[in-house]
Design a protein around this ligand. Structure first.
Ligand code: PBE
Length: 315
């Protein structure tokens, strides 16, 4: 028995050594490539590394309607050193995949990023300094509901008004979803472990019997987490809740046109500032549900660049 186990162990150890060796090989290749490129231009000081060339002068964006993508497009116009750069658009999921692959190969990448987000727990990342403040400063995530909700569905209104949590709370839910949990499951687990917070949101309300509520959101990881938690709390209070993913513009429109109950996904003052200006007279602003949010350009810490101004224009 022992002999057999030893054999198995050594086979396993041999295998993992091979894997480690393979891993080292590929990451060595990656960094050799990087320093090789930078050496071509002379010394390999941080300023000499031309990351732009290695990235095809492309910032990896997310959905076209996201505020952070619009801000990145403005940054490309406002920073002279970003002449010739482009912001690619796809989805938050595609951005996360590209980021994961770049980190695995120790390759340079710049993504449109935001906090709270699980990527900061999973990878060593940093925001690039933004001396022109194109991405704004600290943000709040706010709750917006349709006009008339207070009179028509006072219990729904009150829960949405009282909903607020911390960035750490939101990250907990995001991480569980990123680890493979269904969003509704992760939401239920968080609620079970945070009964005190949840009862402060439902305080002063009565249970209902199937009152309909429709919440809209965008499929951003942060909003998947918050919307599922609020939906689950409302379900437990007897509401019949639907959650509908939309693009950013239509999310704001559907609330201001009174077609849906509301959303907990308004990033202000900067990220959704234009949409807020456009719709603020036709919806009700219930204030912040989370403080200390942020958006900007995010890179892995192994990149020797600290500021947007350190990047080089396309040649
Ligand atoms: N985000 C997440 C959104 C707001 C929430 C930063 C991707 C945006 O940029 O509009």
């Amino acid at each position: 028995m022992f002999k057999f186990d030893w054999k198995r162990l050594s086979v396993a150890a041999g295998l993992s050594l091979t894997l480690v060796a393979a891993g080292c090989g590929s990451s060595d290749e990656g960094s050799e490539g990087t320093s090789g490129d930078s050496n071509e231009g002379g010394e390999s000081t941080s300023e000499e590394v031309n990351y732009g060339e290695e990235m095809n002068y492309e910032i990896t964006g997310i959905e076209a309607g996201a505020g952070v993508v619009k801000a990145a497009q403005s940054a490309v116009k406002e920073y002279e050193n970003l002449a010739g750069w482009e912001v690619s658009t796809s989805s938050s999921g595609a951005m996360a995949t590209a980021l994961g692959q770049a980190v695995e190969n120790e390759e340079p990448i710049i993504v449109t990023g935001w906090t709270p987000h699980w990527k900061f727990a999973k990878y060593d990342l940093k925001y690039l300094e933004d001396p022109k403040e194109v991405f704004g400063g600290e943000e709040q995530i706010k709750t917006m509901v349709r006009k008339g909700l207070k009179e028509e569905k006072p219990n729904a209104y009150k829960i949405l008004d009282q909903f607020n949590w911390t960035a750490a709370d939101m990250e907990e839910v995001m991480l569980e979803i990123n680890d493979g949990a269904e969003p509704a499951e992760a939401a239920k687990n968080w609620i079970e472990n945070n009964q005190e917070a949840v009862s402060s949101w439902t305080e002063g309300t009565e249970k209902v019997d199937g009152t309909e509520v429709e919440l809209v959101f965008v499929n951003w990881d942060s909003e998947i987490a918050s919307t599922n938690v609020v939906a689950e709390v409302m379900k437990q209070q007897g509401f019949n809740v639907t959650i509908t993913p939309l693009d950013n513009g239509p999310m704001w429109e559907s609330v201001s046109e009174g077609e849906v109950t509301g959303m907990v996904a308004a990033w202000l003052p900067a990220t959704h500032g234009d949409l807020y200006e456009q719709h603020k007279d036709n919806l009700e602003d219930l204030g912040a549900n989370l403080e200390g949010a942020r958006v900007g350009l995010v890179v892995p810490k192994y990149m020797e660049v600290d500021s947007i101004e350190d990047l080089k224009p396309a040649e």
